[in-house]
Design a protein around this ligand. Structure first.
Ligand code: BGC
Length: 579
């Protein structure tokens, strides 16, 4: 953020002038975030003085960007027609591109950015996300996730950059800078999330308990937040987990004493989903939450509950004023009062070749080469190649959760290129495709076998968790793709599409080359460019790679700071053609 935006003294004057005129209802309204359609009707914006609208999984605001803009403009008009005319803030879960809008540029998930380790590229990707988010009507993204995953059982490992605090802090800074821009006109508000301990729960349970000591939290988890705050991050989201046996949403010592006072965070502390009814009602306000996702039936309860709390003296008015001040401050900083409506001119920027080319570079730089025997890679253009597996020709499967839908999709989607399409662009001979490992093409020189995890988000992805849908190893079916080609004596290259390191020790032995592609997003041809040797491999493991299930018997997985960990590959490992 430019220093002028952060230090502009006129903003505080405007905030105070507005605050002075506000009734309690208007203040509580500003602290309210709701889902469009589900939680409110258009007219409720006015009667409930709503401060912010969120779009995530749920009814689409329209069928194209112009309709999205029009829908949000209609809500905005309601807000602007209130007595004080305070504009609404529109927020979205754009965590790897504006992934809620089909046709937007979809970047690799953060784990891939961690592998690329290129801060300049993270900044560019975030700036593009900001443009495409604005083009679809938003001024706020709930990104980046700056968690430090301690255990790969956690279903959100891919949303985080790395197990390294240092790398995470560096990329967090770049991400916030890219999202927020420097003049407040092009940028969107970024959100560092989830504060704190989301990825460090015991046994990797989403929303579980973290037993880290205060010293460990300060040393390992806080630095990315410090970087975000130094960069002027507009918002921080509280986490679902508990720490010191206290729900993070109600943890005053961490939220107010540490984050707001010691670390001098001056932005909006936003709650996570439905936090009011889940984590102690007014306790979360007392602990320091400024804006509440009052969704899925929480709206009435939240607004009434806070009002009662203030009237009875349980919630000091000063706490409410602090929350509203923070919200108004960001609305001024990000130009909402001057430009409350979305800019139609931006629509033509969604998914343009220039944006996709940055995403493709990100894909290329994120790939990690773990094995390459007999120089089976790079692929030769005149080889007869069979591409194996349903993941090879499916943009949804290659993109992971938070793509088009909350839990992702297993369909192709607008504007994306699949890995197979990319391979076909380079090969000189016909490329065979064997989607389920059952074909028997003659004279094949090499099998490119694409395996991985189907998309998941949040607790759905926990291994051995509440849903129990995922495992540390490849599925039997995917193991068989490799086994059957290897047994035929055909050279094999494995590409792994996954949101975390998996136990693939046997498969690495069995194949000739092994590439980790993480969750590359919409630009599948970035992978082909590297496999054919147009570019070298650059990616380095952002996590220690597990050798056996023994790595997961304790609370945490193999992490490089754990001297007892015995990884198959260490953090930072990655081969290149040159070496
Ligand atoms: C997730 C957040 C997300 C929010 C809004 C929550 O369930 O934990 O990361 O931003 O939903 O969709």
């Amino acid at each position: 953020m430019s220093s002028t935006r952060k230090t502009d003294p006129t903003i505080d004057v405007k905030v105070e002038a507005l605050l002075k005129q506000m009734t309690l209802d208007e203040k509580i309204g500003q602290m309210t975030q709701v889902r469009h359609f589900d939680d409110i009707r258009l007219e409720d914006v006015k009667s409930k003085f709503i401060g912010s609208v969120i779009h995530t999984q749920g009814p689409l605001p329209g069928s194209d960007a112009l309709e999205w803009q029009a829908k949000f403009a209609a809500f905005q008009q309601e807000a602007l027609s209130t007595r004080l005319g305070i504009p609404l803030l529109f927020g979205v879960d754009a965590v790897h591109g504006q992934n809620t809008f089909e046709g937007a540029t979809i970047f690799p998930h953060n784990i891939g950015l961690g592998a690329a380790g290129n801060a300049g590229l993270v900044e560019k990707a975030a700036a593009i996300t900001a443009i495409e988010a604005k083009a679809t009507g938003f001024q706020w993204v709930f990104s980046p996730c700056v968690a430090i995953p301690f255990n790969e059982k956690w279903g959100r490992v891919y949303e985080a950059f790395s197990e390294s605090t240092e790398l995470t802090a560096e990329l967090t800074r770049a991400s916030v800078k890219g999202h927020q821009g420097s003049d407040g006109k092009m940028g969107v508000m970024a959100t560092a999330k989830h504060f704190i301990g989301d990825g460090a729960t015991d046994f990797g349970v989403e929303g579980g308990h973290t037993s880290l000591s205060k010293e460990e939290v300060l040393e390992l988890l806080i630095p990315p937040y410090q970087a975000a705050i130094e960069e002027g991050v507009a918002a921080i989201m509280a986490s679902f987990n508990t720490l010191d046996q206290i729900s993070m949403h109600a943890h005053k010592a961490m939220l107010t004493d540490l984050l707001k006072e010691r670390l001098a965070f001056d932005g909006i502390l936003v709650s996570d989903w439905k936090a009011y009814s889940r984590f102690g009602e007014n306790d979360i306000i007392l602990a320091g939450i400024d804006m509440v996702m009052a969704v899925d039936g929480d709206l009435e309860m939240f607004q009434e509950g806070v009002k009662k709390g203030v009237k009875s003296g349980d919630i000091p008015l000063g706490r409410i004023d602090d929350a509203v001040r923070r919200i108004l401050r960001q609305k001024f900083r990000f130009g909402l009062f001057d430009q409350p409506y979305p800019d139609k001119e931006l629509i033509k920027m969604i998914g343009i070749p220039e944006h996709r080319s940055v995403a493709r570079q990100t894909v290329r730089e994120s790939l990690v080469l773990l094995k390459n025997e007999k120089q089976v890679l790079p692929l030769k253009k005149d080889q007869k190649i069979v591409v194996v597996g349903e993941f090879a020709d499916n943009a949804g499967l290659q993109s992971g959760g938070w793509t088009v839908n909350w839990q992702g999709t297993s369909e192709n989607y607008t504007g994306a290129t699949t890995l197979l399409e990319g391979i076909k662009k380079f090969a000189k001979k016909e490329v065979y495709y064997d989607p389920d490992g059952s074909a028997d093409f003659p004279d094949v020189d090499l099998a490119l076998i694409v395996v991985g995890e189907t998309p998941y988000a949040e607790f759905f992805g926990d291994i051995g968790g509440e849903m129990d849908l995922f495992q540390h190893t490849l599925t039997e079916t995917h193991q068989n793709y490799l086994r059957s080609y290897a047994e035929k004596g055909i050279q094999t290259v494995v590409v792994l599409i996954s949101g975390r390191p998996l136990l693939v020790t046997d498969q690495i032995k069995q194949c000739d080359a092994f590439v980790v592609a993480w969750l590359p997003g919409s630009e599948g041809d970035g992978l082909a460019e590297v496999l054919f040797g147009e570019y070298d491999f650059k990616g380095k493991l952002p996590h220690s790679w597990p050798k056996s299930i023994a790595a997961y018997t304790g609370k945490f997985g193999p992490n490089f700071w754990d001297p007892s960990a015995d990884p198959l590959y260490p953090f930072g490992y990655g081969l290149t053609y040159a070496t």
